[in-house]
Ligand binder design. Structure first.
Ligand SMILES: NC(=O)c1ccc[n+]([C@@H]2O[C@H](COP(=O)([O-])OP(=O)(O)OC[C@H]3O[C@@H](n4cnc5c(N)ncnc54)[C@H](O)[C@@H]3O)[C@@H](O)[C@H]2O)c1
Length: 355
């Protein structure tokens, strides 16, 4: 029997609530399949932990996490802790420390989810954004000089290495080839005359090895407009860390909102664990009431199953969610229902068993 070791970091706020449902789903999948099992170990890190200990994650955190196959993360963030601390000391530390250089975000309008854009058909919203996740604008390079003085100056330097740029673009080309999809690179070469010209050049060069993949390029401003006006243009999208961050939130908005948006941080070499997470935050405005939508967390569990090669189960979770979204009887408040987080989790399991 295969066993997958999963490190669970529920985090703060609704992170703990939605991850609890994701874990129930994963346990049920393993039980129904019978050929593999999960073992889960919990880590209490996050902002609440920071308030008690002064650390978002223990100093030996990466070392301890390195022994796991994957990490399942809820969300970190709290109103009384500066966001750059929680983001840098946990999320980015893990993404960079484990060389999770691919951030994979499906943007798909599931059956039953009302399309917020007039004149756009459901099947038009179906893309995967491959976001560079290890360097670029989020490399953390720069300086803050003459703090508080008249001549104060800050530098935030983007870092685009040949290795880093080539590997993310190649990953996206491979995905497009495998799935027989088009590829679109989103950049900004007209204004960012070093980093993005370099990016465009590498996209073109690597593209020569993929003549079978139809290739497009867009400036990020135009791409943002077309995400809304004509999302059917995009199938596999590859872009930098910052642009990907912004565009995928826009993508979440056109595909049903934060309650449905999932993301995977992948180390394709499998030298380090990959991390799966809903992309929403800890939602302090609704935390503790048991009303958060667990679907984003369950979609990221589905991504984890796909990562483990369990495509059939991964698809079943999506189908179960579509069933619920279409029937509209057990939904959380963000989709106009009155069900609790737990009730939606239980209904997804029930529907999955029926499939
Ligand atoms: N990956 C992460 O850990 C992550 C991501 C984003 C934000 N954050 C942190 O979370 C905290 C809150 O951030 P924010 O308010 O900007 O973003 P948020 O995603 O937490 O919430 C934005 C809005 O969406 C709603 N929402 C989010 N997820 C939902 C769900 N599953 N079901 C129903 N409604 C949902 C919230 O109620 C809120 O109104 C901040 O501290 C921020 O830094 C963490």
């Amino acid at each position: 029997m295969e066993e997958y070791n999963v490190a669970v970091i529920p985090g703060d706020g609704i992170g703990t609530e939605v991850i609890a449902e994701g874990i129930k789903v994963l346990k049920k999948v393993a039980e129904l399949d019978g050929r593999f099992a999960f073992s889960f170990e919990y880590f209490p890190w996050g902002c609440e932990y920071f308030c008690k200990t002064g650390k978002v994650m223990d100093d030996d955190g990466l070392e301890r996490l390195s022994k796991f196959d994957t990490i399942y993360l809820g969300a970190v963030g709290a109103p009384n802790v500066p966001d750059h601390i929680s983001l840098r000391d946990l999320l980015i530390k893990i993404r960079q420390g484990f060389d999770q250089y691919v951030n994979l975000r499906p943007i798909k309008l599931l059956n039953g989810v009302p399309c917020p854009i007039k004149g756009v058909r459901r099947e038009d919203v179906n893309m995967v954004v491959v976001r560079e996740n290890s360097e670029g604008e989020y490399a953390g390079a720069g300086d803050w000089l003459y703090k508080g003085k008249e001549q104060e100056v800050v530098l935030q330097t983007s870092v685009f290495s040949r290795k880093g740029t080539e590997r993310i673009i190649r990953y996206a080309y491979e995905l497009a080839r495998r799935e027989k999809k088009t590829i679109t690179s989103i950049s900004k070469g007209n204004a960012l005359n070093y980093s993005m010209v370099f990016w465009d050049e590498i996209f073109r060069d690597v593209g020569k090895e993929y003549p079978d993949v139809r290739q497009y390029t867009y400036l990020v401003d135009a791409a943002a407009m077309f995400f809304v006006k004509d999302p059917a243009r995009f199938q596999v999208v590859v872009t930098s860390n910052l642009f990907g961050d912004i565009l995928t939130d826009l993508g979440a908005a056109i595909a049903g909102g934060m309650g449905l948006a999932a993301g995977a941080n992948i180390n394709p070499d499998k030298k380090y664990p990959s991390m799966f997470e809903p992309i929403h935050g800890s939602a302090p405005d609704i935390a503790g009431r048991g009303v958060a939508n667990p679907m984003a967390a369950i979609w990221s569990a589905s991504q984890m199953l796909e990562f483990f090669g369990k495509k059939v189960w991964s698809n079943k979770l999506i189908l179960a969610m579509e069933k619920i979204l279409t029937e509209k009887t057990v939904l959380t408040a963000d989709f106009g229902g009155s069900a609790s987080t737990e009730e939606v989790g239980a209904e997804i399991i029930r529907q999955m068993i029926l499939l």
